[in-house]
Design a protein around this ligand. Structure first.
Ligand SMILES: [Zn+2]
Length: 385
């Protein structure tokens, strides 16, 4: 019995799930296992979720599962056991594979604050969703049976799904139109994880890699109050990578990492177990920075073309080249972005607006723009003179 509307804005404040299965199988669902009742013909597993839960997160799995446990001490020094439900024939591969969970959890807790559902435990369940899909079912994450290490001993989908425990499950978009608040943050978490594990170069490479995957077909924020018939349409997939690059851009323009990460933690604290909107996020950014970022939000989230820098390199001079530049599609001078232009080892900051500006640099030097240094924009190079 679930007296809820099928909307993000409506959640049960708790939930009880009973799964009756043949005696040789195990039924696993969200929350904590309260008891197992055995009848003549079946076993009934009683699971209880003691927290608000998005209805799309409520799920159960039935299989010949074995339970594995990983020790974990949270950032408040409390001891926990992370539980892994793997299919019996994958027990040994799963046991090794999930040694990464405590490492991931510790990094995410350090970034965003304490894991929100210790009361309901942290479980990972092996599932056979089609196409190797995984899903962030609250306190009972579904992971594919593929057991792949993407990079340096980690599975980045696992990082993504665990990140949703904060971004999506703890802080939930009020409306499906703001689903980027789940997916953009989860994809950006993958980049932040890479940065904390391997440093700035790995982060910068990921930024470049993701920037090539954006289609700009539709704005990130979709119309509100619409009953979408699928969670993410293929033309809306920018909510993942462009959403992440928007957060990268914001961080670079704020140019104060401790403030940026405090902002993320404060979002998690202030909106814990609550609904959240893009506008509330904008208000928090403005409150923290004491600046107005509404033009950034509008350009990146409501338009399907990011700021576009029109530029031209004049190479006809004898000793120097001349970079001419202006915004192609930013019509307010209140939109301020500083962009480093690299000439050899030297960084030259340019401040584009809607008027054509120029900068001269030595002809002998290599030159390039590096988006990991400032954020995601498009470049439109005019033909050389
Ligand atoms: Zn996701």
């Amino acid at each position: 019995m679930m007296p809820c509307k099928n909307l993000l804005s409506d959640e049960p404040d708790s939930c009880m799930i009973r799964v009756g299965v043949p005696k040789n199988l195990v039924g696993v669902a969200n929350g904590k296992l309260e008891q197992v009742v055995e009848t003549d013909s079946e076993k009934i597993f009683h699971w209880k979720v003691r927290n608000p839960i998005n209805i799309y997160n409520i799920s159960f799995n039935v299989g010949d599962f074995v339970k594995l446990e990983k020790e974990y001490q949270d950032i408040h020094n409390m001891d926990h056991k992370i539980q892994i439900y793997a299919l019996r024939y994958n027990q040994s591969v799963a046991d090794t594979f999930y040694n990464q969970v405590p490492i991931i959890l510790k990094k995410l807790e350090n970034m965003f604050g304490i894991y929100p559902w210790w009361e309901d435990q942290c479980k990972i369940i092996e599932t056979c969703l089609p196409h190797g899909l995984c899903m962030e079912h609250q306190s009972a994450i579904s992971m594919t049976d593929a057991y792949l290490y993407n990079y340096k001993g980690f599975n980045f989908t696992l990082i993504h799904e665990l990140s949703h425990e904060w971004w999506g499950n703890n802080v939930t978009a009020y409306d499906y139109g703001d689903l980027w608040l789940h997916e953009g943050f989860a994809n950006y978490t993958e980049m932040l994880f890479l940065e904390s594990l391997l440093g700035k170069d790995a982060y910068n490479n990921a930024i470049h890699y993701f920037s090539n995957s954006i289609s700009n077909k539709r704005p990130i924020i979709k119309p509100y109050e619409v009953r979408y018939n699928c969670l993410v349409h293929k033309d809306d997939e920018d909510i993942y990578n462009k959403g992440a690059l928007f957060l990268h851009t914001l961080r670079k323009q704020i140019n104060n990492d401790s403030l940026f990460f405090n902002l993320l933690k404060e979002t998690q604290t202030r909106y814990a177990k609550k609904k959240f909107t893009s506008n509330q996020f904008l208000n928090l950014v403005n409150e923290f920075t004491k600046q107005d970022y509404s033009l950034y939000f509008d350009l990146y989230l409501n338009k399907n073309i990011p700021p576009t820098l029109e530029f031209q390199i004049d190479k006809t001079q004898k000793d120097s080249n001349i970079l001419s530049y202006k915004w192609k599609n930013v019509f307010s001078d209140n939109f301020k972005m500083n962009i480093p232009f690299f000439v050899g080892e030297q960084k030259i900051f340019i401040y584009p607006n809607s008027d054509l500006q120029q900068v001269k640099f030595p002809k002998s030097k290599q030159y390039f723009f590096d988006i990991s240094q400032f954020g995601y924009i498009l470049f439109k190079e005019e033909t050389n003179k």
